[in-house]
Design a protein. Structure first.
Length: 165
């Protein structure tokens, strides 16, 4: 049985807050009001306190996040067992995109450097969007793929700068 929601149905308070947060991110500028309502029904938001983990390296990943407010440290474990900050993410950045595409464990840990707010898209929410709202799902998937591509290009540029001549 399909889990579709009629567009006339009122958004819950949580869904309204999620939609309002979505509206603050340029990534979602191309979506119309009905599409934003659908997205809000299949996403959620979370407030993360300073020092709190969003997720830990090697954990099972089943959601990605869009940073609305605050600053997050992305930490990678070294071969010596220490953690190094590999990047910092602020408003408009995303983290965890790979987890809704593949089933691999988290490749890094993420900790709030300051109180932060993120919008969460779970694998289940993503699957519902792509199955029941395919046009919307494809647009969202393209945006996620562009983010992954941009991040990969940035990473390879940084790596090239570190390689010996």
């Amino acid at each position: 049985m399909k889990e579709t929601v009629t567009l006339e149905q009122e958004l819950s308070e949580n869904e309204k807050k999620t939609r309002d947060l979505i509206l603050t991110l340029p990534l979602f500028d191309a979506f119309n009001t009905d599409e934003l309502d659908i997205l809000a029904r299949h996403m959620n938001f979370a407030e993360i306190l300073r020092g709190q983990h969003l997720f830990v390296e090697e954990d099972k990943g089943d959601f990605m996040c869009f940073v609305v407010r605050g600053l997050l440290d992305v930490l990678k474990k070294t071969t010596a067992g220490d953690y190094r900050v590999i990047t910092r993410l602020g408003k408009g950045n995303t983290i965890g995109e790979m987890s809704i595409i593949d089933k691999s464990p988290r490749s890094a840990s993420v900790v709030a450097r300051q109180p932060s707010v993120v919008i969460i898209l779970t694998k289940r929410g993503f699957d519902i969007l792509t199955e029941y709202y395919p046009a919307l799902g494809v647009i969202l998937l393209k945006k996620i793929m562009r983010l992954l591509s941009f991040n990969m290009r940035l990473t390879t540029s940084k790596l090239a700068d570190k390689l010996p001549d």
